[in-house]
Ligand binder design. Structure first.
Ligand code: PRP
Ligand code: MG
Length: 171
């Protein structure tokens, strides 16, 4: 199945000039969802052995957890400031206006863990850059990053030089 044909493009969302790629049309289609998770799982496996999947709130949870489950690994969430209940570390990241903070529990991964980061979409790469910082501050090693969708024209990979990056659908 051509997964790209199952994605919905919504013009002018969340604001004029942005062509939003809507993943819900894939999620709600049982066959497309299965194929998407299966393909992403294969990409994760291509990095070799690893210990944990890490995924950022909120769409990273949708894809990261079933892949972790399928491969018999744990899943560690990255959340926006103030959502995680235990001790956290945080990194600031740039938004269009101002900054926000992403956090991870200090014991979410162990020192030396090999980590794969999973998210729905690579756009500018800013989110993933922050995710990498969090994992590395906790002593983890990012052995690969897998996305469902990559917006190649935004050159997000430039920010991720030196890391293994895979995506299923490209624009
Ligand atoms: C979106 C998307 C990625 C990120 C990609 O998340 O799910 O995580 O943006 O953009 P970037 O490469 O420019 O950082 P968003 O922050 O909108 O939050 P959500 O997942 O909770 O919808
Ligand atoms: Mg997101």
């Amino acid at each position: 199945m051509d997964l790209k044909s199952k994605l919905r493009e919504v013009p002018d969302f969340p604001k004029e000039g942005i062509n939003f790629i809507d993943i819900t049309t894939v999620l709600q289609d049982a066959e497309a969802l299965k194929q998407c998770i299966d393909q992403m799982t294969q990409e994760v496996k291509s990095f070799g052995d690893f210990d944990m999947i890490v995924g950022p709130e909120s769409r990273g949870f949708i894809f990261g957890t079933p892949i972790a489950y399928t491969l018999g690994k744990g899943f560690a969430p990255i959340r926006k400031k103030g959502k995680l209940p235990y001790k956290t570390i945080g990194v600031e990241y740039e938004l269009e206006y101002g900054t926000d903070t992403l956090e991870m529990h200090i014991d979410a991964i162990k020192k030396g863990d090999k980590v794969v980061i999973v998210d729905d979409l690579l756009a500018t790469g800013g989110t993933t850059q922050s995710n990498i910082k969090l994992v590395e501050q906790l002593g983890g090693e990012v052995v690969g990053i897998v996305y469902f969708i990559e917006l190649s024209f935004l050159n997000g990979r430039e920010k991720l030089k030196g890391y293994e990056v895979k995506s299923i659908v490209q624009y």
